[in-house]
Design a protein around this ligand. Structure first.
Ligand SMILES: NC(=O)c1ccc[n+]([C@@H]2O[C@H](COP(=O)([O-])OP(=O)(O)OC[C@H]3O[C@@H](n4cnc5c(N)ncnc54)[C@H](O)[C@@H]3O)[C@@H](O)[C@H]2O)c1
Length: 252
C-alpha cells in the first residue's frame, strides 16, 4: 500500500485521467476526496469504491469557483482529516482564435486550466507547512513544452502550470512539501477521443507518430501520479514527468 494513511484531494476526479488517479490512490490505501462538475459520474464512482471497502468522498464543485473549492476542501478535511496530497487534474481543451476569442472566454479558460493550481495550494499549504510534509501533483501536458496548431491558448495555460509548479516547489521546499508536474501525451479519455473524432484521418495520423505505436491509457498516468504522491519519491520536487510514450523526444 503505497499511500496508506494519506489523504489525497483530486480535482476533476469523476472521469478520464482523474478517475484513474482516484482509483489508483484509493487502491493504494489512501482516503481520496475528489471534486467534479459531473455529479452522476462522481457519485457513481464514489459509491462503487466505498462499496468495495475503499475510502472516498465525492463533492460537486467547480474548480473555477474559489467558494465551491473551499467548501469541498473543508468537507474533505472534516471527513478524512488534513489533506496530505493534492492532484490538480481538472482541465478542458481550448481551440480558440486569438482574434475572435473574447476577454471573458480567456478568463473562463484560465480559471479552469491554470488558476486552481494556486487556489488548491492556498487551501492545502497551511496544514502541509505545519505538518512539514505534503505532495502536490499538477497534471500538465506535452503542450506545456511543445504544442500543436489550433490549441490556442491551451499551450500557454499548461506552460503556466509548469511555471507555478517550479515557483511552489522552490518556496515550499523548506517545509518539505514537494511539488511536481505530470505531462501526458495522447491519453485515451473522452477529451482526446472527441478531438480525434472531430476530423477524418486525425486518429490514424495520431497513432502513426506514437513511438510506442499506441496512445496511452489513463491508468498509465495514474501510476506515475501515485508514485509522486507516495513516500517512494521523497527527493523528487520541481520536476515535470512526461507520460507520453516518448512523443516528446520526437522531432517533426
Ligand atoms: N487526455 C489527454 O490526452 C491529455 C493529455 C495531456 C493533458 N491532459 C490533461 O489531463 C487532465 C484530465 O484530462 P482528461 O483527458 O482526463 O479529460 P476528461 O474530459 O476526460 O476529464 C476531465 C474531468 O474534469 C472534470 N472537469 C472539467 N471541468 C471542470 C471544472 N471546471 N471543475 C471541476 N471538474 C471539471 C470533467 O467533468 C471530467 O470529469 C486535464 O488537465 C487535461 O488538460 C490530458
Amino acid at each position: 500500500m503505497k499511500l496508506a494513511s494519506k489523504h489525497i484531494f483530486v480535482t476533476g476526479g469523476a472521469k478520464g485521467i482523474g478517475e484513474a488517479i482516484v482509483r489508483d490512490a484509493a487502491s493504494e490505501g489512501a482516503a481520496v476526496s475528489f471534486i467534479d462538475i459531473d455529479v452522476t459520474a462522481g457519485e457513481k464512482l464514489a459509491a462503487e469504491l466505498n462499496n468495495a471497502g475503499q475510502k472516498t468522498l465525492f463533492v460537486k464543485a467547480n474548480v473555477a469557483s474559489f467558494e465551491e473549492l473551499k467548501s469541498a476542501f473543508d468537507q474533505a478535511v472534516s471527513k478524512f482529516g488534513e489533506v496530505t496530497g493534492v492532484v490538480n487534474n481538472a482541465g478542458v481543451n481550448s481551440h480558440a482564435d486569438p482574434v475572435t476569442m473574447t476577454d471573458k472566454e480567456w478568463d473562463d479558460f484560465f480559471a479552469i486550466d491554470m488558476k486552481p493550481v494556486w487556489l488548491t495550494a492556498k487551501l492545502a499549504l497551511p496544514a502541509m507547512r505545519k505538518a512539514k510534509g505534503g505532495s502536490i501533483v499538477n497534471i500538465c501536458s506535452i503542450h506545456g513544452r511543445l504544442t500543436y496548431p489550433g490549441f490556442f491558448p491551451y499551450g500557454a495555460a499548461k506552460s503556466a502550470v509548469l511555471g507555478l509548479t517550479r515557483n511552489l516547489a522552490l518556496d515550499e521546499g523548506k517545509f518539505e512539501i514537494r511539488v511536481n508536474a505530470v505531462s501526458p501525451g495522447y491519453i485515451l479519455t473522452d477529451l482526446t477521443k472527441n478531438w480525434l473524432k472531430a476530423e477524418a484521418g486525425r486518429e490514424d495520423r495520431a497513432n502513426s507518430i506514437q513511438p510506442l505505436g499506441r496512445m496511452g491509457q489513463p491508468g498509465e498516468v495514474a501510476k506515475v501520479v501515485t508514485f509522486l504522491l507516495s513516500d517512494k519519491s521523497t527527493y523528487v520536487s520541481g520536476s515535470d514527468w512526461a507520460v507520453d510514450g516518448g512523443l516528446g523526444a520526437r522531432s517533426a
